[in-house]
Design a protein around this ligand. Structure first.
Ligand SMILES: [Zn+2]
Length: 246
């Protein structure tokens, strides 16, 4: 399995990262993509990616864009080590209303950079699914992953027709919206993510990359497709999108 999005730099994992990665590999996770949020965290994400199965993607939290120019520069500098840009995007839940236009401006800069460097974009769009997709469509963005998408399934279906991918977190176990999303989208548009340490199957639990298995189990159940097939298809979807060979 491929965990296309998590935060191994999180405080919750400090001091037990080797163990965590080992446990993930034992559970069948062959690739873990860790996403940096902001400059300092992105430097940490690059460092952690010395681990064989860990690959870095770097970006900024839409609700905390301070110093984002440094992140843009870091992406250009580290292009050869990066597997993607993100997470970046919009957050209309945490982000202050007055700052929405600034969030959009920052998001657009990252979309432009992703295109010029030909890197996939991992997009955060909390309470802003429709707005994030509008910007991506207008800018004709390609190689897009909408992570933990909380918008309407009908918007997702429209995006999937354009080749956008949707990564499903283990919180699908407690989210009717995610279950509906999976029902509506074809397996070819789905990926697995943990978003560890958040979005665990149970509320208030610290999430773990190995829980992508929970996402796969739910996809299997909802779509009536054998678990092993969900694993192999979501894995090949991810490897193809990121241009990885394992
Ligand atoms: Zn995240």
């Amino acid at each position: 399995m491929v965990d296309v999005h998590c935060h191994l730099t999180a405080r919750e994992f400090e001091g037990r990262l080797d163990f965590l990665i080992e446990e993930s590999v034992k559970s069948g996770v062959e690739v873990i993509i860790t996403s940096g949020l902001g400059y300092e965290d992105s430097l940490k994400a690059l460092k952690i990616s010395d681990h064989k199965v860990v690959y870095p993607s770097i970006g900024v939290a839409p609700y905390d864009t301070a110093g984002y120019e440094k992140v843009l520069q870091l992406i250009e500098k580290e292009r050869s080590r990066l597997i993607g840009i993100g997470e970046v995007g919009l957050d209309y839940w945490k982000g202050e209303r007055m700052k929405r236009s600034f969030q959009q401006k920052v998001f657009e800069e990252f979309i432009d950079l992703a295109r010029s460097l030909d890197l996939p974009l991992i997009v955060h769009s909390r309470s802003a699914g429709k707005y994030a997709l509008e910007i991506l469509f207008r800018k004709k963005a390609e190689r897009v992953i909408m992570h933990a998408f909380d918008g309407r399934p009908s918007y997702a279906v429209e995006a999937a027709k354009r080749g956008y991918m949707f990564s499903i977190p283990p919180s699908i176990a407690r989210s009717i919206q995610k279950q509906r999303l999976v029902k509506k989208l074809p397996l070819d548009s789905l990926l697995l993510e943990s978003d560890a340490p958040v979005l665990a199957p149970y509320r208030n639990q610290v999430n773990h990359p190995k829980n992508v298995k929970v996402s796969a189990e739910w996809i299997s159940r909802i779509k009536g497709i054998p678990f092993h097939e969900v694993v192999s298809r979501t894995t090949s979807n991810a490897l193809e999108l990121f241009g990885l060979k394992v």
